[in-house]
Design a protein around this ligand. Structure first.
Ligand SMILES: Nc1ncnc2c1ncn2[C@@H]1O[C@H](COP(=O)(O)OP(=O)(O)OP(=O)(O)O)[C@@H](O)[C@H]1O
Ligand SMILES: O=C(O)c1ccc[n+]([C@@H]2O[C@H](COP(=O)([O-])O)[C@@H](O)[C@H]2O)c1
Length: 189
């Protein structure tokens, strides 16, 4: 079986926390690749601040340069609410030779009981949790924990900094930083 990691997210915008957890989990679990899947509409929180085409462009820029990282547009192509069960059902049907490892931060570990079709989803993927400041890593589900450096960054922080015209250098990669500036994303308009 091939071993592939999945990092689903809103990526509004993608930041170095996403890249570091994906790379750490890839290396620790010896995964061939990690696929980044931007959601069209997050199932559990408010709509993203920028449209899905823009978030896809940002993820492409964020992952460029890492030959193990790919993007899948399965959720933005499907439209509607991006339930992970629907996505992973389609991906496991299309790729019967792959064991998928679905990477989540500790905020999502706590939220797992509320995911759509969580029991069926647990039969499709192995969840991999990483720690995140402010969230206890507590769950009754059988998930793998991978130790990663604690990155105190969120997309919310980046949006707030952009709004206040504060530097986001090194918090997002340079391609994403240039794109945010060029398109004036998240700025006060
Ligand atoms: N700094 C981080 N440390 C650990 N996990 C993270 C970190 N940032 C994001 N993640 C995880 O990456 C996945 C995608 O996150 P998402 O795109 O929603 O970013 P976010 O920073 O949580 O966004 P927002 O602040 O807008 O809610 C989620 O599983 C989330 O838990
Ligand atoms: O399917 C669900 O019910 C579900 C509920 C909460 C989160 N998720 C997925 O978890 C991933 C991280 O979510 P987010 O909003 O932090 O980007 C993303 O792929 C979401 O679609 C999925």
């Amino acid at each position: 079986m091939k071993r592939i990691g999945i990092l689903g997210g809103t990526f509004d915008p993608p930041h170095i926390g996403h890249l570091i957890i994906a790379e750490e989990v890839r290396e620790t679990l010896n995964l061939e690749e990690v696929w980044f899947i931007p959601s069209y509409e997050p199932p559990h929180k408010q709509k993203a601040h920028v449209n899905s085409e823009t978030r896809v462009e940002m993820v492409e820029r964020a992952i460029s340069g890492n030959p193990h990282f790919r993007i899948s547009t399965i959720e933005v192509n499907r439209l509607g609410k991006s339930y992970t069960f629907d996505t992973m059902k389609a991906l496991t049907d299309e790729n019967p030779d792959v064991q998928f490892y679905f990477i989540i931060g500790a905020d999502m570990v706590e939220y797992l009981p509320y995911w759509n079709h969580i029991d069926d989803l647990l039969n499709l993927v192995m969840f991999v949790g990483v720690k995140r400041r402010g969230y206890a890593f507590k769950t009754d589900y059988p998930i793998l924990e991978v130790d990663v450096p604690l990155i105190e960054l969120s997309s919310t922080d980046i949006r707030q900094r952009a709004l206040k015209n504060k530097s986001i250098k090194y918090m997002v990669n340079s391609g994403v930083e240039a794109y945010l500036k060029e398109k004036h994303l998240y700025e006060d308009r």
